[in-house]
Design a binder for this molecule. Structure first.
Ligand code: NDP
Length: 631
């Protein structure tokens, strides 16, 4: 970069580059995912269900169903709804929680809300006629919406709640699956839909003395309202004489810290890495606007949002929020800085992270407007500069909103925007202005030791009445471990064995050797910030397949070897070349705790979610179950 170009910037890119590297290096841990402990054995109380009003007693079940759906979150409920729409009613939904809700059943911590716009996040809004109260919904409304969906599709009568699947086993002589549960059920089903969710297994930092702590403790996904008082709207009145520590400052902590700050006598926030916090700007729903939407509006809006995240900037930004702004900003920055000498091909093939996001829109944009030759290095550099600009704005927010300059500095994220999940919140940073709130910045080291009384950091003991773990969920560990059950397919081969050297699926949904099974989301499927969108597409797709099988009087469906190999090749061919970007990132679950995935087979579909959804739609149109072995 020339000295003249540098002069135009309000920051020093060399300084930031070094700073990002330093901050990453502080956090790189040899242990990767092993720095966390699994919530089992001595730690299993961290996953007990605090929300059950009454423990269900019932006899074990031994029925046989057309379909068993494992999981009662959005994936499971949408599957049930789509099956009903296809006239398939002989199904069971097995859910470990006391009700539907999945991630929303568990994550009802104070302030829990969704920063994906409610008009696109709540699926089936046109079918239910439900009007979300605000642009961004909260836990209570989301759980209400689960009730609306389950009533509309009469799903409760099909559900087994408070029931945990232990084992799923293929019975070759019957062409059925056997599903065993912690309630001694031995349920059989022709088809099984694994709707287990993505972030469902809480994890804890493996800290010295973690089991010695004598005070109260829980994970954010099992909030103990009996102890704190209040509910997901806050009002944690029982904490007014309590000193509380929260460990972790990810998207969950960002939402509950303001409520803890308001409720607790004293709050210590133990931070390893600050999140990037941009504004959220929640607003009430304009009912007239909502009611004036034309048939098909929700699909259009979801696709418009996804389009912005995958680089299609040609239409109006309907959602127009922090998510779409990130992508518009980077494009805007590119325009402002002016492209110099890259061909669009160079851009598409080489831009480290954004190649997929920009594949469609930017290609057209650059081709139409500039038609110049630019080098790969040049375009990478421009993307980096606009990323710096965006993150400088995020960092400036901390200076603007936090009165103590040292605390403000500690709260600034020094990494590229998409190294970690972006957060959007209008009260989090301000919470550190409360006199009762203290940020304990561990400077990338994290909490390493707990005593009987509290947390030990830097030679000091912070005695607390309660430690709350906002330490996140397992990602990147074995799929079956995260599900909580093993799946044994044809000839007893387990799914863990089959996938030990890399995922192998057809469409991310079927896996050879595991007939009549359908998976949502272990990988090789779509990647989108609006997770319910992909669950909706995938559950409709699976319901279509099941209907086809019934209509054709078929009872067996399995990915063919050829289709599976071809899909793996597609995943590898379209894989984003993210390794160098991820290696430069500060560790977190986006880059497998600093050990980026090097197996291209384990990627999501690199063509973007919209391309994936279209691919499924075209496949359905051909109406011949191509790639699937059936009889
Ligand atoms: P995360 O994994 O994002 O955050 C865990 C936090 O714990 C990080 O800040 C991590 O620090 C910290 N941590 C881990 N070990 C230690 C330690 N030893 N000492 C101190 N800190 C430690 O989990 P969350 O529950 O916050 O969020 C998980 C995901 O859930 C989000 O990324 C998002 O996808 C989803 N979510 C979505 C929301 C929405 O609005 N749609 C709201 C909330 C969550 P470090 O960063 O250094 O690893």
């Amino acid at each position: 970069m020339s000295a003249k170009e540098k002069e135009k910037l309000s920051f020093d890119p060399d300084f930031l580059r070094n700073k990002y590297r330093e901050e990453r290096d502080k956090r790189l841990k040899f242990e990767g995912n092993d720095q966390y402990v699994e919530v089992k054995g001595d730690f299993s109380y961290f996953v007990e269900d605090p929300y059950i009003q009454e423990k269900i007693t019932r006899d074990p079940e031994e029925n046989t169903y057309h379909t068993v759906i494992i999981g009662g979150g959005f994936g499971g409920v949408l599957s049930g709804a789509r099956l009903r729409e296809q006239g398939i009613n002989d199904f069971r939904i097995i859910e470990k929680g006391g009700d539907f809700g999945g991630t929303w059943y568990w994550n009802r911590y104070p302030g829990a809300s969704c920063d994906i716009e409610s008009y696109i996040y709540f699926p089936m809004l046109e079918e239910t006629n439900f009007i979300p109260r605000r642009k961004y919904t909260d836990a209570a409304e989301t759980l209400d919406y689960f009730n609306i969906l389950s009533e509309k599709f009469t799903l409760k009568e099909n559900a087994l709640f408070q029931t945990e699947v232990n084992e799923v086993q293929w019975l070759a002589n019957e062409d059925l699956w056997l599903i065993k549960t912690n309630r001694q059920d031995s349920i059989k089903a022709r088809y099984v839909i694994h709707a287990n969710g993505f972030l469902n297994r809480p994890k804890l930092p493996a800290m010295k003395g973690i089991n010695d702590y004598a005070g109260h403790t829980f994970h954010t996904s099992r909030w103990d309202y009996e102890y704190t008082g209040g509910d997901s709207n806050g009002e944690l009145n029982n904490l007014k004489d309590k000193t509380v520590a929260i460990i972790g400052t990810g998207a969950t902590a960002v939402q509950c810290v303001p409520h803890l700050a308001a409720g607790a006598k004293k709050l210590y926030v133990f931070q390893r890495t600050p999140s990037s916090i941009d504004e959220r700007n929640n607003t009430n729903t304009d009912i007239d606007w909502f009611n004036s939407q034309k048939v098909g509006w929700q699909d259009e809006r979801r696709e418009n949002f996804e389009g912005f995240l995958t680089g299609n900037f040609t239409s109006k930004d309907l959602v127009n929020d922090g998510w779409t702004e990130i992508f518009r900003t980077i494009l805007g920055g590119l325009i402002k800085n002016g492209p110099s000498k890259v061909t669009i091909l160079g851009w598409v093939v080489t831009a480290p992270f954004y190649q997929d996001f920009y594949r469609v829109g930017l290609k057209e944009f650059i081709r139409n407007k500039f038609m110049k030759f630019v080098t790969r290095k040049d375009i990478n550099h421009k993307v980096e500069i606009v990323d710096f600009e965006k993150m400088e704005k995020v960092r400036a927010r901390a200076d603007k909103l936090v009165s103590d300059p040292k605390t403000a500095e500690s709260l600034k994220p020094y990494y590229r925007q998409l190294c970690k999940r972006p957060c959007f919140h209008d009260e989090y940073l301000q919470a550190f202005n409360n006199n009762n709130v203290e940020l304990i910045d561990t400077d990338g080291q994290g909490v390493k030791e707990i005593s009987t009384k509290g947390i030990i950091h830097d030679g000091k003991e912070y005695a607390v009445d309660c430690i709350i773990f906002a330490s996140g969920f397992e990602v990147g560990t074995d799929y079956s471990r995260r599900c909580g059950y093993q799946i044994s397919g044809i000839e007893g081969i387990t799914l863990s064995d089959k996938w030990k050297d890399g995922l192998a699926t057809f469409h991310g949904i079927h896996s050879k050797g595991f007939p009549n099974s359908f998976f949502y989301g272990p990988g090789q499927g779509p990647m989108t910030a609006n997770f319910t969108h992909s669950l909706d597409e995938q559950s409709s797709h699976v319901a279509y397949i099941l209907k086809q099988l019934d209509e054709k009087n078929l009872k067996y469906v399995e990915a063919s070897s050829e289709a599976e190999s071809e899909w793996i090749n597609t995943i590898v061919a379209k894989a984003r070349n993210m390794q160098s970007f991820q290696e430069a990132c500060t560790p977190g679950y986006y880059n497998n705790e600093g050990k980026p995935n090097t197996n291209p087979q384990n990627n999501t579909y690199g063509g973007g979610a919209l391309e994936y959804f279209k691919l499924l739609k075209d496949w359905r149109k051909s109406n011949n179950l191509q790639g699937l072995k059936t009889y």
